[in-house]
Design a protein around this ligand. Structure first.
Ligand code: GDP
Length: 450
């Protein structure tokens, strides 16, 4: 299913003054002709597929050289989109590559929409929808474990799991539909075996749905708020964790005195730590504002660390704070300053640490992740994204409908309605049964040039 137009975009990240190489990518029937018309390759370098040419990009109308570049031609179908693809590997930065793109567009290509290369790859059967989505997940992965999940999806982990379940449902559907039409010509169907099959598939789907939330946390990261009285060591903990992981991406001071955000990766899980101002009754209007912000941060957090100072033990003020934590957000009570506390931590404290010496930080990480329902170690092999999870959940619900029809002894054709719907939902995950509108929505979330 070749498109008749040629699309083009800058395929690499755009950052001023950074990156030594930037790529302009074209895909479509005109790609090679446009490439040939702009690119001057000195000597007798052959224009062959999957060979790199060295030369420069020249503006034909002015004769001006825009960049020294490499050109890579990949003839259909041996390309990402299965169309003719030409890539110009230009110098990095912003200007040269933008001028090359502009020229390509003037020569008849049109600017690609976000994800349009991947969409063509999908439409031309190069990859299924789950693999295409995994590409986008890999590009946006913020941690090692999120990237591993994306690669598993790219290898077809999601597609194989879902297709296998869909095949099982299709087998059952075929049996049922045959009975609807030719009941008397066929051996009788064993309703118990059929119910067992549907229940097994529903169980697998429910498990995938449950695991999806873990995958989502790995992909999107956890927002963890640190609360505690002044001087218990909140900023020290933030610094200790950030130093240890050597992966601070940003440190955004919210306002002068209150909210500090810090991004780091803890055991492969991206984490946004919010250091909040102490929550306590105050008449100071500025402090009040800070406290209001802290409360918001708390309410939006995936987990809360309540930090207490073990050199002072568990105080009434700590108990007060603890009582004010939002219900429903997993909380961990962390005792700091084990280095100057005698004896084991008092009762409500889950883990003891010393932000100063760094002791106990491993235990804190483990306790935090497990409190959030994340397994440690490699854990999940595949994880559905939100779109896939919703469809898997819908399929499980449809199967529930079939099972209900079975339980109430309704005739075969009542079973098939929901079963067919379940098959359709699973087909929508892999893209075997999917509308153009859904495809557009999926691919529009991609970055341009992918
Ligand atoms: P915050 O107000 O909760 O952010 O607390 P800070 O991080 O500013 O720490 C308050 C004081 O406690 C500072 O003097 C820190 O050096 C000290 N402190 C923080 N963590 C520890 C620790 O683990 N052991 C000891 N002995 N002192 C600590």
């Amino acid at each position: 299913m070749d498109s008749d137009d040629t699309i083009a975009a800058i395929a690499t990240a755009l950052a001023p003054g950074e990156g030594s190489v930037a790529i302009v990518r074209m895909s479509g029937p005109q790609a090679e002709a446009i490439g040939r018309s702009l690119f001057v390759a000195p000597g007798d370098q052959p224009w062959a597929s999957h060979r790199v040419l060295y030369g420069h990009v020249r503006d034909l109308s002015s004769g001006e050289r825009l960049d020294e570049a490499l050109l890579l031609l990949m003839k259909a179908p041996r390309s990402f989109t299965r169309e003719d693809v030409v890539e110009f590997h230009c110098h990095g930065g912003l200007v040269a590559v933008a001028r090359v793109l502009e020229l390509v567009l003037r020569c008849g290509a049109r600017l690609a929409r976000p994800g349009e290369f991947s969409q063509r790859a999908f439409l031309n059967g190069r990859l299924d929808l789950t693999r295409a989505e995994a590409i986008s997940d890999l590009i946006t992965a913020r941690s090692r474990r999120a990237a591993q999940l994306a690669v598993a999806g790219l290898d077809g982990g999601v597609q194989r799991r879902i297709s296998a379940l869909r095949e099982r449902l299709l087998d059952q559907l075929a049996e049922l539909e045959a009975r609807v039409d030719f009941e008397e010509d066929l051996p009788p169907l064993d309703p118990e075996a059929l119910v067992a099959q549907l229940e097994a598939v529903r169980g697998d789907l429910r498990q995938l749905v449950a695991e999806a939330s873990e995958g989502q946390l790995l992909r999107e990261g956890l927002r963890v708020a640190i609360v505690g009285r002044p001087n218990v060591g909140k900023s020290s903990l933030l610094n200790a964790l950030s130093r240890r992981e050597r992966a601070i991406v940003t440190e955004l001071p919210g306002t002068t005195r209150d909210l500090v955000e810090s991004e780091l990766v803890l055991q492969g899980v991206p984490l946004t730590l919010l250091d909040t101002a102490g929550i306590r009754a105050t008449d100071d209007p500025v402090e009040r504002q800070g406290i209001a912000r802290s409360r918001q941060a708390l309410a939006s957090a995936d987990a809360v660390l309540l930090l207490v100072d073990l050199s002072e033990g568990w105080t009434a003020a700590d108990a007060d704070l603890s009582a004010q934590l939002p219900a429903g957000v997993p909380a961990l009570v962390v005792g700091n300053k084990t280095d100057c506390a005698a004896g084991p931590p008092p009762a409500p404290v889950d883990v003891g640490i010393s932000a100063l010496t760094g002791s106990g930080l491993e235990d804190l990480a483990a306790a935090l992740l497990s409190r959030c329902g994340l397994s440690l170690g490699p854990g999940l092999q595949v994880a559905l994204n939100a779109r896939q999870r919703d469809l898997a959940a819908a399929a499980a619900t449809s199967l529930g409908g079939s099972l209900e029809a079975a339980a109430t002894g309704l005739p075969w054709d009542f079973w098939t309605i929901d079963l067919r719907q379940a098959v359709r939902s699973l087909g929508e995950i892999t893209g075997e049964e999917v509308s153009e509108a859904v495809l557009d929505r999926v691919f529009s979330r991609f970055c341009i040039g992918k």
